[in-house]
Design a binder for this molecule. Structure first.
Ligand code: ADP
Length: 481
């Protein structure tokens, strides 16, 4: 590609120069010839229309030595006629035969009888120009008492030819120089064009091979510069898409592994307790009850996991229905507080609710918002040692309402804070499982809140406690009305 672009450019430039010079050369040559022809006949006309000259020539024609006399008169006009004795000459010809009687030229024998001489022999002025002829001539008849004569000026065009050949030489030289310059220029141009294309091609090859490490860059404002930058941003986009795909693939694998693990744990314990029950013949009744209790508890856990997973997959598929209505957020907070009071008391927690500002009604899915609040409070209860302090506070800020649950529990290590909203993420798996957690509660909460265009944020200090805050827009998600 590289080579062919070079060759093409050089060829195009060469052809361009050659054709340009040929056209200019041909045009110039033609113009010069036309100019000479025109100039010749104009001069002849001006000179021979001079009345004194005609008069002098007529009176000389009466003289006995007419030819030499007439030649003498013409000699005096040599300058005006442009006689140079090399390419242009004057002659006195016989008016009957056209034979040379006198003249400035070297020829003394005879001249070719041209149409203009013939015309003069016939008694007329011969001043017809013929562009294609190798000469230019005029022949004027003069009849005197000593005979009839023809004044004949002939130009053999050697001066034009000389000039043409000089011009041709100049054009040829210019052509040569032009060719050299154009070859150099086209090489430069080709290089300027080819270099970025080559580097772009290399970059494209690297991208095609999956290497995104060095993307092509260009500051050039021309089309290739734009193409290079477009390609660069396309490569970045591609890289990002690939990364996202890889990440989501990794997340999918992790999720599947987590699901299987989470489901296997209760199944394993159900199975082993059931087997023990099945095999034993003389198990004490209270032990039997205890075993059956474990089986029921594990089955409930499984049911909860499956329900939570089902809900998350519905969120993912966007198939979950929300019922948006206007309701009292304050009342909801109170309801959640009341619903959780018993559980909090069971663990000897001091449990309070406080409203910082009057709280207006909001638009949202009441049941799901309460589900999120229950999750926030039940986490506070679960992850705080018995006899702790749990506070619900709520208020309004601008066009949002908020509710915070603060505990003085075990807290979350700094590195884990961002991950608690991930599916199945639990800081302490055993503790979570022990208290009936699935590791899905906060992921579901996050989905519900984001469907309301709200926010859920958590800050925590290990050993000191945790604050989790949900904020919701008063008018619910705008597009849901
Ligand atoms: P789980 O069912 O395990 O409670 P969640 O999604 O509700 O799942 O919470 C994820 C994890 O976040 C919990 O396992 C726990 O480690 C941590 N966490 C959540 N809330 C609190 C809190 N108030 N105090 C300490 N840790 C918390």
């Amino acid at each position: 590609m590289n080579k062919s672009l070079y060759t093409k450019l050089v060829l195009v430039m060469l052809l361009l120069i050659i054709s340009l010079m040929s056209v200019v050369g041909a045009f110039l040559m033609n113009e010069i010839r036309a100019f000479y022809l025109e100039d010749f006949y104009k001069k002849m006309k001006t000179v021979f229309e001079t009345p004194e000259l005609a008069e002098d020539l007529y009176s000389a024609a009466n003289d006995s030595s007419a030819p030499s006399k007439m030649a003498g008169i013409l000699k005096a006009y040599s300058g005006q006629l442009g006689i140079d004795s090399r390419s242009r000459n004057y002659y006195i010809l016989s008016g009957e035969t056209g034979a040379i009687l006198a003249g400035s030229g070297t020829e003394t024998a005879s001249l070719a009888i041209t149409p203009n001489i013939l015309a003069a022999i016939g008694g007329n002025t011969g001043d017809v120009s013929d562009r294609s002829a190798s000469y230019m001539d005029v022949a004027l008849p003069f009849k005197g008492s000593s005979g009839s004569y023809i004044v004949y000026i002939k130009d053999n065009k050697s001066a034009v030819r000389e000039l043409s050949s000089v011009l041709f030489g100049i054009i040829a030289e210019a052509l040569l120089v032009g060719l050299i310059i154009s070859v150099l220029l086209s090489l430069l141009l080709a290089k300027a064009m080819v270099t970025p294309i080559v580097s772009l091609t290399k970059a494209a090859e690297r991208v095609a091979a999956g290497d995104f490490s060095s993307k092509p860059v260009s500051d050039a404002q021309d089309e290739i510069g734009v193409l290079t930058r477009t390609f660069g941003s396309m490569a970045s986009q591609l890289e990002k898409t690939l990364d996202d795909l890889k990440k989501s693939e990794a997340m999918r694998r992790e999720f599947v592994a987590n699901v299987s693990h989470e489901l296997r744990t209760p199944i394993t314990s159900i199975r082993s307790y059931a087997e023990t029950l099945y095999d034993s013949t003389d198990m004490p009744e209270d032990m039997e009850k205890e075993f059956l209790g474990v089986i029921v508890k594990e089955s409930d856990r499984m049911t909860k996991i499956v329900q939570d997973l089902l809900m998350l997959s519905k969120f993912d598929a966007g198939s979950i229905e929300f019922t948006f209505e206007r309701f009292s957020f304050e009342q909801s907070v109170r309801d959640v507080y009341n619903a959780m009071l018993l559980e909090a008391q069971k663990h000897n927690h001091s449990f309070k609710v406080e409203f910082r500002t009057p709280i207006p009604c909001i638009v949202g899915d009441r049941a799901r918002i309460e589900q999120v609040m229950i999750n926030m409070v039940s986490n506070a209860i679960k992850y705080t040692r018995d006899g702790g302090r749990i506070e619900i506070t709520a208020g309004q800020k601008e066009d949002m309402v908020w509710v915070s649950v603060r505990d003085n529990g075990i807290g979350i290590p700094r590195n884990d804070v961002d991950k608690v909203f991930d599916r199945f993420y639990r800081v302490d798996k055993a503790r979570s499982r022990e208290s009936g957690g699935t590791g899905l509660g906060l992921s579901i909460a996050k989905e519900i809140v984001s469907r309301h265009n709200g926010r859920i944020e958590l800050t925590s200090k290990p050993g000191k406690g945790t604050i989790i805050t949900m904020s919701l827009p008063l008018e619910g998600p705008v597009n849901e009305g």
